[in-house]
Design a protein around this ligand. Sequence first.
Ligand SMILES: N[C@@H](CCC(=O)N[C@@H](CS)C(=O)NCC(=O)O)C(=O)O
Length: 217
Amino acid sequence: MLTIYGVYRSRASRNIWLANELGIPFRLERVMQRYRLLPEIAGQVLNTRSPAFLAINPNGHVPAIDDDGLVLHESLAINLYLAKKHGGPLAPADPAEDARMTMWALWAANEVEPNALTVLLHRVSRPPAERDPALAQAAIEALRAPFAVLDQALAASGYLVGGRFTVADINTAEIVRFAMGAPELFAAAPNVRNWLAACHAREAFKAMMAEREKEPA
Ligand SMILES: N[C@@H](CCC(=O)N[C@@H](CS)C(=O)NCC(=O)O)C(=O)O
C-alpha cells in the first residue's frame, strides 16, 4: 500500500495527481508544513518538524512516501519511481525516454522552480504587505529564457516526451503552475499556455485540485 505524507496544499499535489492518473490507491497521512501552524497547536498536529515525520524524511519537508517499505522523499523522484513501477503510457518506454523524463525533472527543479516559487510568494500567496514587487519582477525576467525553451520543446507535439502525456508533463506542469501569477510569461509562450491548460483539464488533476480547495489556505 502506498502512503503519501503531506497535504494537498503542498508539493504532495504532484504525487497525488500522478496517483490519480495511474488509478492507484493511496493513503494520505496528513503532515502539515510546520510554518503554517500556530506554535500553540504545533505539538498536536503531525507536521514537518514532528519527530515521527522526521523519522520518515529527516529533511523535514513534504512530500515523502512509504511504498510497501520503500521510503522516498523528493516529489519529482517519487513521481518518476511510481510511473516506472506502474508502467503504461505515463512511464518511459525505453532508456532514451527515461533519460528525457529525468532531464525535464531536473531542468524544472533547477531552471524554473526557485524563480517560479518567488513569483508565487510575491505575486499571489503572501499577504500584499509582505510582497516584494521587485523580487517578483526579477524572477519573471529570469523565467523568460526557460519559458522560451519550454515553448520550443512543446512546439512539435504539445507534450515533452514521446509525443504523449507522461510523468514528465506532470512534474514540469506542477512547477510551471507556481508561475501562474505572471500571465505575461504565458502570453509570450503560447505553447506553454496551451499545454498547461490541457494538463489542468485532465480529470486526475481536477480531482486533486478539488480536494486541495477543501483544505484551509
Ligand atoms: N525538493 C523538495 C521540496 C519539498 C518542500 O520544500 N516542501 C515544502 C512544502 S511544499 C515543505 O515541506 N515545507 C515545510 C517545511 O520546510 O517545514 C520536493 O520537491 O519534494
